[in-house]
Design a binder for this molecule. Structure first.
Ligand code: HEC
Ligand code: HEC
Length: 404
């Protein structure tokens, strides 16, 4: 139920985050002074309009702001602000290895069940003081779950560009039946409403806005215009009196600003090496990365389509991903997605890899050679080819990866 008071409280969140006049003053000077090519992680896409740069900055202030239970945080939640999990190397980035989300699912008879009736697959590990005062603790892994595991937060850089790639591009590189017989059969997952899902480590969301909305719901415990009811604790509805803010706790404008912040985060450019031996070995490494078949999934380039915002339109983006689901092999899989089996993961973009401290969906690996060793399933041939390279050639591939 939408009430006047929830709307004005949510607007208050924005104003408290930073005075609007200050933000537009910043927007006016950074837009003209910023060199277009030098994009550092966490910055907006260059050449954004002033209006959208203003929205980016307002959204960033919300992203970093600590929420309280009086504003709608909880009663079940994982962290009290977005940037608690997305802060490496800076705001909007990935999580540190120690900040992970616990998920649990049930996989039986070839079917995935995200245990929606038992509180969903995201096991919230914190509760507000008010909820605790009523005797409630964190969620627990339901007995019905067959597996549980951790997921780390990926960096959010370049997501608006990823969103602007037309479905037709992804469908043209998908090969769900492996008709070309190369052992690689990427597929574009579908949501229950048949939209394609290119966001999330297991292909779980169709748009940036949808993902931001689920982060608000499941990581911070806010109710939203489309989902005005609090998620039940392990399936048991939240009792009266533990969650004072009227629902929805977030209004459409706040959701829109957070979404635009994420949408306009720029994509990190590769390290600039100029000319010389270092640059040569990186470009040889890139050629080897292609020759051994890494690019069959980590596609160097994709083209965006006809986006509303001009800076997202018709761009060739170097993300090193096909955004499709692949079987990553035995042992990798502990979690289900809405359309992904336990062993299936979306190829992660590799741009910005040099800023990352840990790898793979659970952040369990810190060494790039071990990352490659863990590639199995559809990626097994590429892994074996890498292992067959001479040590010097392997070094070049690693140097290339570290330059991204
Ligand atoms: C408790 C940690 C945590 C918090 C807090 C958090 N996130 Fe995330 N975020 C994650 C994890 C983990 C994933 C990956 C989940 C997956 O793919 O299954 C993720 C993924 C995302 C993605 C999708 C990235 C992609 O490449 O597909 C977006 C967008 C996102 N978060 C936005 C936000 C926003 C906005 C907030 C604040 C409202 C937020 N997150 C708060 C942990 C967090
Ligand atoms: C069949 C598709 C496929 C092929 C081929 C493939 N990868 Fe991957 N790669 C993936 C998937 C899927 C993941 C994510 C697995 C996970 O999160 O657990 C991944 C993860 C990675 C990561 C870690 C990224 C991160 O953000 O954690 C790196 C680095 C990487 N691959 C490099 C390579 C290299 C080098 C090769 C060639 C030897 C290669 N990949 C071949 C699908 C593939």
């Amino acid at each position: 139920m939408k009430t006047e008071s929830s709307f004005s409280s949510a607007r208050w969140i924005i104003q408290k985050a930073l005075p609007v006049s200050a933000i537009f003053a910043v927007a006016a000077c950074t837009a003209s002074d910023a060199p277009v090519s030098a994009i550092l992680p966490g910055e907006a896409i260059p050449a954004l309009s002033d209006a959208n740069r203003g929205r980016f900055l307002l959204g960033r202030a919300l992203f970093e702001r600590i929420a309280t239970q009086d504003e709608g945080l909880g009663p079940l939640y994982n962290q009290d602000r977005c940037s608690s999990c997305h802060d490496r190397p800076t705001v909007g980035g990935a999580s540190s290895a120690s900040v992970r989300v616990l998920k649990a699912t049930r996989f039986m008879d070839g079917r995935c069940d995200r245990l929606e009736a038992l509180g969903g697959d995201n096991i919230q590990l914190r509760v507000t003081e008010l909820f605790a005062a009523h005797g409630f603790g964190a969620e627990e892994i339901p007995l019905e779950a067959t597996a549980s595991g951790y997921v780390t937060a990926p960096s959010l850089f370049g997501l608006g560009l990823i969103e602007a790639i037309p479905d037709s591009v992804l469908l043209s590189i998908a090969d769900p039946e492996d008709r070309d017989g190369d052992g690689i059969s990427g597929r574009l997952p579908r949501m229950a409403d048949q939209r394609s899902a290119r966001f999330g480590r297991k292909g779980d969301a169709a748009s940036v806005e949808d993902f931001v909305e689920s982060a608000l719901r499941f990581e911070l415990g806010f109710t939203t215009p489309r989902y005005p009811e609090e998620e039940a604790r392990n399936g048991v509805p939240i009792p009266e009196g533990v969650d004072p803010m009227p629902d929805p706790e977030i209004d459409a404008e706040t959701l829109g600003l957070l979404t635009d912040y994420v949408r306009f985060l720029g994509a990190p450019a590769p390290e600039f090496l100029g000319r010389g031996p270092a640059a040569d070995s990186v470009s040889q490494g890139e050629a080897l990365f292609d020759q051994i078949g890494c690019t069959q999934c980590h596609r160097p380039e994709l083209r965006t389509g006809n986006a509303e915002e001009p800076v997202l339109r018709d761009q060739v983006i170097r993300l090193y991903s096909d955004l499709l689901l692949h079987d990553f092999g035995n042992g990798a899989g502990d979690l289900c997605g809405s359309d992904a089996l336990p062993g299936e993961f979306r190829t992660p973009p590799l741009w910005g890899l040099r800023y990352r401290e840990h790898f793979l969906h659970d952040g369990s690996v810190t060494d790039l050679v071990e990352v490659i060793d863990r590639h199995s399933g559809e990626a097994i041939l590429a892994r074996v080819r890498f292992q067959g390279l001479a040590p010097q050639a392997q070094m070049m591939v690693l140097r290339f990866l570290r330059s991204l």
